[in-house]
Design a protein. Structure first.
Length: 196
C-alpha cells in the first residue's frame, strides 16, 4: 500500500467536497500532486452579483465617454464605438482574468478570484470558454440558467465554470507555492493544510 493510499487518497485529483456532519459549509478541496490539501471557498451568488454590477458600471461609464468622443467623428466614430462595445463585452473579462490577479476590478473589490478546479491560475483556453458561455448562462433571461446552476451546486458554479473547469473563489490569495498562486497566505481567512 502506497503512502498516498494509506492517507485515504483515492487517486483522483481536483475538487472534492469537504463536509462536516451537521454543518453547512461550501468549502471544496483541491489536492496537489505533493499531497497538499488546498481548501477553497467558492464565491456565492451575492458577491458575484455585486462584482458583476461594479464591472457593468465600469463598462457603461467607458461606453458613455466613448460615445461622446466618437460622436464628433461621424460615421467612423460609430464604427469605432461598436468595436469598443464588442471589446468591452467579450474581451474585458478575459483580459482581466488572465492577469496575475485573476480577477476583474469588480471581483477584486470583493476579494474574488477565478482559478482552475485544481487551484492553479486560469489558462487562456479556460478564460475564453467560461466567458463565451456567458451567453448560455444568460438564457432564458437575466442570467436565469447561471443563477439556477449556482444555487443547486455546492461549489456555486455556473455553466461557463462547469465547461471550463474553473471556480470563482473567495478570499485574498497572496501566497504562492512552486510558482503558482494556489497556496493561500497565513494571514488569510482560508488555509492550506497537509493531509496526514
Amino acid at each position: 500500500m502506497s503512502a498516498r493510499q494509506d492517507r485515504g487518497h483515492d487517486g483522483r485529483q481536483g475538487l472534492t467536497a469537504l463536509s462536516t456532519q451537521g454543518t453547512l459549509d461550501t468549502v471544496v478541496a483541491a489536492e496537489t500532486p505533493e499531497g497538499i490539501l488546498l481548501e477553497l471557498r467558492p464565491a456565492g451568488l451575492v458577491p458575484r452579483f455585486y462584482a458583476f454590477m461594479i464591472d457593468w458600471m465600469i463598462r457603461i461609464a467607458v461606453m458613455w465617454v466613448a460615445i461622446i468622443v466618437t460622436s464628433l467623428m461621424g460615421g467612423i466614430g460609430i464604427a469605432l464605438w461598436l468595436i469598443l462595445v464588442f471589446a468591452l463585452e467579450w474581451l474585458y473579462p478575459i483580459a482581466f482574468e488572465l492577469m496575475p490577479s485573476g480577477a476583474t476590478p469588480g471581483k477584486r473589490a470583493f476579494e474574488l478570484k477565478v482559478i482552475l478546479d485544481n487551484g492553479l491560475p486560469i489558462t487562456p483556453a479556460a478564460a475564453v470558454t467560461r466567458n463565451l458561455l456567458r451567453t448560455a448562462d444568460f438564457l432564458p433571461f437575466a442570467f436565469g440558467l447561471a443563477i439556477v446552476s449556482m444555487l443547486v451546486r455546492s461549489d456555486c458554479k455556473r455553466l461557463g465554470d462547469l465547461a471550463a473547469g474553473t471556480l470563482s473563489a473567495e478570499g485574498e490569495m497572496t501566497g504562492c507555492f512552486t510558482g503558482t498562486c494556489a497556496c493561500l497566505s497565513a494571514n488569510s481567512r482560508y488555509s492550506s493544510a497537509y493531509r496526514m
